[in-house]
Structure formats: structure tokens, C-alpha cells
Ligand binder design. Structure first.
Ligand code: PEP
Ligand code: MG
Length: 576
């Protein structure tokens, strides 16, 4: 690659964060466009009325056309739907008519007139509640886009470009990510957001290199060339020859990691089933195509989110059947509804709780709104009856053996055979043996287990160091859980499976540690399967146990990660 004199003279700056999705790229960094500020209240018209009306109409037409064109180019149906709906709103005749009226009758600037007209609509929708209330945010998005167009500013949100770029943002909201095109966005870097944040999960789903909690990256000047290393967690401006070599080495290695052959095993043949985390039927099909050996976590919230009433048993059954069908007779671990905290639901959770992460969430909603869980289990059982799937069911946010016993009772009453619980609280980890005397399996939700063990909100970038599953305290919780399962298996004479379905399972180095700690199966985003499989296939059980002991004996997350990585040269070899 040729370098211009100004690139050679430029000062190279290095930003360090947490690498959450592997890969190395070099591309210009473009920050997310800032939110559009409201025009000053009562902003007066300083131009001729007809010209202002024409400008207003032109801006709305331009935004409508741009969104329509993007909808046609969208890579997924979901993104096309979002863009189409927003395009229609931008062309809404009543909205423009009201804004024009404000220009003519109240002599407001076109920006302020449009702002007020759209705000009026959004407020009305919000008071209607439910589905309509959710559309209020879409109107506000249209409002910002038209005002940005009127001001000649970039549209808010993910920048639209033809050339590849590294997207820098404080953090990404789900709405931003629905329209993110992985052909042009080649890496994600954020200044906030932890390893378990939405950005991190999305990056792994899309297979994009990503670094989170890298303070300062949003201040890098737009268009600056940067090197991103999603394993090392670094972002370097004005990259040099060594960075180009690192990118080339990654390309070579990633070809080896392109495919998973559908069988997870250690070097000696010990099987470690590699399963997928899925949330929708589309996800399930993609996971099956990627070779996943089943589903280790079906997040059933997809059936409930965005609704203000409980879906019927029939609606749920149909949705589960669609997912189960993707996997034939393979294992599907269905997690019952995990509402609350970061996933509030209007008909189940109380948004005024002062501490929602410690409140009525997950399994606990059965105490305040009994019946929803039993009906969900009925739907899961009906879907299981109508398909070949080997259905296991587990509850989120379990803290006591009594809760596990109650849940197993509900599962069996619904006619389902295999019951389990997630280990997401330190309480569940240290009482795993008692819990497993009552259920058939556990699955470690390391995202929540980390936040509760370390008392560190998983959404906060400022706590990223604490909020790492590499923390020796978290690893000890996992060790304790596996030891409890071992004891319960001996007593009952039945193997009690210990899975991991948190993001930790997708980190190839941590995957070795987890297996060494006694974990049987790993569930992750399908994109991570090949890398995890490649590393596991190069390690034997004894080595995994040694590596795990090193991690347990460490005194910090950093030390655990560094010492484990130093013992696994295969990681460097594969560019992971
Ligand atoms: C977890 O907590 O690790 C988990 C898998 O559940 P979620 O991320 O949906 O809370
Ligand atoms: Mg969880």
C-alpha cells in the first residue's frame, strides 16, 4: 500500500479497550453521526414563505427517497422492513401538511415547524401505549433526518457509505444495528459498552472485529485510517507496515477458520458439543447451516418483546415449531421467558423498580404474574410434540434449590421431560449440587454470573475490567458449579450436564479453560463455532485442566487471560 507524506508524518495513537470479536482490519474510521439537536424554540422564519415551504417539501422528499433506496438495497428482510416503514413516515402527508401550516400561520422556520409537527405526533402515539408508543421513536427518527437534511448535516445514526469503514460510536442501540450493512461496516469500536453489551453480541453475530470500552475512539477525526485488532482489543491510528502484515496474516488464518465440520472435540477425541445461541427462526436456520450441533440457548423473548399483551399459546407454539424444525432431532435448550432488567415487558415487569437487575426478573416474574410461565411451557410442550426435536427446558435467574424444584414441577406438569436451570447467580453456583439433585442439567449464563459475582453492571463500559468472565472469582464460580454437578451425578447415577451459554463460550481461549474446569458443552453465536472448534481440537483434556488451573490461580482477569494465552500458542497461530 502506498502512503502519502502526511500519513507518514502523522502521529500514531493507540487506544486500548476490550477485544470482543476477533479479526484485524485497516479502514478509515467514521464516527456515528451525532444526534440532531432541537432547533431553538419558536425559531422564526427568516426567509420568504413559499421558498421555505418548498425547502421543507424537498427535504421530506429527499429523506423519503433515500430511505426507500436503502430499503431496496437492504441485506436482510428485517432491515428492509425498518427502512420501508421509516420511508413511509417521512412522506406522511399529514405530517408535512401540519408543518407547512406552522410555517404559514406561525412564521416558524421549516426546521422548527417540522420539529413541532413531528413531536406532536410522537407524543400522541406515546399516550396510546403498546405498539403505537414504540412507533413514537420512529417518528422522532424521521424528525431528526428531515431536520438534518434541512440543515445540510449528515443524517443521524449509522453513516451510509459505499466504501468500507470502521464504525466508531459511544455504544450501539438495537435500532442502529438493524440497518448495519456488514459489507461496508468492517469493524466496530466503541468508547463505552462492556464485553456483554449489545454491540459485542451483535459484532460476534455478524463476525465483525470489535473493540469495546476503548476510551477516546469517538474523538478520532472522521476519515482517519485505523488498524483494529478485535482479539488484542486495540485501535491504532495511521497504521504502518507491521499492521498491514497483521491483517494479511489474519486473512490467511481466517480461511482455516471459515468452516465448522459439526463435531466439537478435544485432540484425544473427547467430545465437547458445540451448540448455538439463537433468538429467532432465521437465527436457527443460520445456526444449523453453520454446523451447530443443536441449540444451547433459545432466547424466547423474541416472541414477547414489542408486545403489550401475552402472546397466545397457539402463537407461541407456532413460533417454537419454526425454530425446532431447523434442527431435526438435535438438542434444543429452550430458556423460558427472561423479562426484566435489560429486557422489560409492559405486562410482566415493573419499570419503576429502583434496581431492575436485582428485581423481579427471569423466573421471578412467575411470583408476581403467575400463569405466563405455565402457558409458555404448555406451548413449548405442544411444539415438542409436533416436531422431532430433543427439547430441554431451563429457567433464567434461579437462586435457590427450592426454585429449581418448583420449576422442574412445572416442566413435568406440562408434559416435558428434561428440566434444568441457568446458573447466573453466585447463589446458584455454590448450591449447584442441591439444585442438580432436583433438575437434570444446568447452563452457566456467564454474562449475568459475571455481573452478579463482581457486582458490576454488564452494560457499563467503565466497569469492563471487572465485568470480565476471566475474573478468577467468576472462574471459581464455574469450577464450583462443575464440582456440584459431578457430585450430583455420582449420587443420582445420572450424568448432569453442565453447559455454558454466556458470551464466555465464544472466546476460544476461555473455551479451553471452561472445558478444563469441567464444562461439558458450549453454546455460542454460530460465527464463533469454527474458531472455538479449531482451538479445542488442538488441546487434550490434561492440558485443558492445567490451563484452567493457571487461570484459577491468577489474581486478576488480565493475568488469567495473559497466562492462559501464553500457554496456547495455537491462538497466535490462528490469529485469534
Ligand atoms: C447470560 O446471562 O449469560 C445469558 C446467556 O443470558 P442473557 O445474556 O440473555 O441475559
Ligand atoms: Mg442472563
Amino acid at each position: 500500500m502506498e502512503h502519502t507524506q502526511s500519513e507518514i508524518n502523522a502521529v500514531q495513537l493507540r487506544y486500548t479497550g476490550v477485544g470482543v470479536s476477533p479479526g484485524r482490519v485497516i479502514a478509515p474510521l467514521i464516527p456515528m453521526a451525532p444526534p440532531v439537536a432541537a432547533p431553538p424554540e419558536g425559531d422564526p422564519l427568516v426567509e420568504e414563505v413559499e421558498g421555505a415551504v418548498e425547502r421543507l417539501n424537498d427535504a421530506a422528499t429527499a429523506v423519503k427517497a433515500e430511505l426507500k433506496e436503502r430499503a431496496e438495497r437492504a441485506r436482510s428482510e428485517a432491515a428492509a422492513e425498518v427502512l420501508k416503514a421509516t420511508s413511509l413516515m417521512a412522506g406522511d402527508k399529514a405530517l408535512i401538511k401540519n408543518a407547512v401550516k406552522l410555517v404559514r400561520n406561525q412564521s416558524l422556520s421549516p426546521e422548527r415547524a417540522l420539529w413541532d409537527a413531528a413531536t406532536g405526533y410522537a407524543d400522541q402515539m406515546r399516550t396510546m401505549g403498546g405498539y403505537m408508543a414504540e412507533r413514537a421513536a420512529d417518528i422522532e427518527d424521521v424528525r431528526a433526518r428531515i431536520v438534518a437534511e434541512l440543515r445540510g448535516m449528515p443524517a443521524p445514526g449509522v453513516p451510509q457509505r459505499v466504501e468500507p469503514f470502521v464504525l466508531a460510536a459511544e455504544d450501539l442501540a438495537p435500532a442502529d444495528t438493524a440497518v448495519l450493512d456488514p459489507d461496508t461496516v468492517v469493524a466496530l469500536v466503541t468508547s463505552s459498552g462492556g464485553p456483554q453489551s449489545h454491540t459485542a453480541i451483535l459484532a460476534r453475530n455478524l463476525g465483525l472485529p470489535a473493540v469495546v470500552a476503548a476510551n477516546g475512539v469517538t474523538d478520532i477525526e472522521s476519515g482517519t485510517s485505523v488498524f483494529v485488532d478485535g482479539s488484542a482489543g486495540s485501535v491504532v491510528t495511521h497504521p504502518g507496515a507491521e499492521h498491514e502484515q497483521a491483517v494479511a496474516a489474519w486473512h490467511e488464518a481466517s480461511e482455516q477458520l471459515a468452516n465448522f465440520d459439526g463435531r466439537g472435540a478435544l485432540a484425544d477425541g473427547t467430545e465437547v458439543a458445540l451448540l448455538a445461541n439463537v433468538g429467532t427462526a432465521d437465527d436457527a436456520q443460520a445456526a444449523a447451516a453453520a454446523g451447530a450441533q443443536g441449540v444451547g440457548l433459545l432466547r424466547t423473548e423474541f416472541c414477547f418483546l414489542g408486545r403489550d399483551t401475552e402472546p397466545t399459546v397457539e402463537e407461541q407454539t407456532e413460533a417454537y415449531i419454526e425454530i425446532f424444525k431447523a434442527f431435526g432431532s438435535d438438542k434444543i435448550v429452550v430458556r423460558t421467558l427472561d423479562a426484566g432488567a435489560d429486557k422489560p415487558l409492559p405486562f410482566l415487569t415493573d419499570t419503576t423498580e429502583p434496581n431492575p437487575a436485582l428485581g423481579v426478573r427471569g423466573y421471578r416474574t412467575d411470583w408476581t404474574t403467575p400463569g405466563v410461565l405455565a402457558r409458555q411451557l404448555q406451548a413449548i410442550a405442544a411444539a415438542a410434540d409436533q416436531t422431532e426435536a430433543n427439547v430441554w427446558v431451563m429457567a433464567p435467574m434461579i437462586s435457590t434449590a427450592g426454585e429449581a424444584e418448583h420449576f422442574a414441577g412445572l416442566v413435568h406438569a406440562a408434559g416435558l421431560k428434561v428440566s434444568g436451570v441457568m446458573v447466573e447467580t453466585p447463589a446458584a453456583a455454590i448450591t449447584a449440587e442441591q439444585i442438580l439433585d432436583r433438575v437434570d442439567f444446568v447452563s452457566l449464563g456467564t454474562n449475568d454470573l459475571t455481573q452478579y459475582t463482581m457486582a458490576a453492571d454488564r452494560m457499563l463500559g467503565s466497569l469492563a475490567e471487572l465485568n470480565s468472565p476471566w475474573q478468577p472469582a467468576v472462574l471459581r464460580m464455574i469450577e464450583r458449579t462443575a464440582a456440584g454437578a459431578h457430585a450430583a451425578s455420582s449420587t443420582s447415577g445420572m450424568h448432569k450436564n453442565v453447559g455454558v451459554c454466556g458470551e464466555a463460550a465464544a472466546d476460544p481461549a476461555l473455551a479451553v479453560v471452561l472445558v478444563g474446569l469441567g464444562v461439558d458443552t458450549l453454546s455460542m453465536s454460530p460465527r464463533s463455532l469454527a474458531a472455538v472448534a479449531a482451538v479445542l481440537s488442538r488441546v487434550d483434556p490434561e492440558q485443558a485442566r492445567t490451563v484452567a488451573q493457571t487461570a484459577l490461580d491468577s489474581t486478576s482477569a488480565q493475568e488469567a487471560r495473559d497466562t492462559v494465552r501464553a500457554q496456547l500458542p495455537v491462538l497466535e497461530e490462528l490469529g485469534l
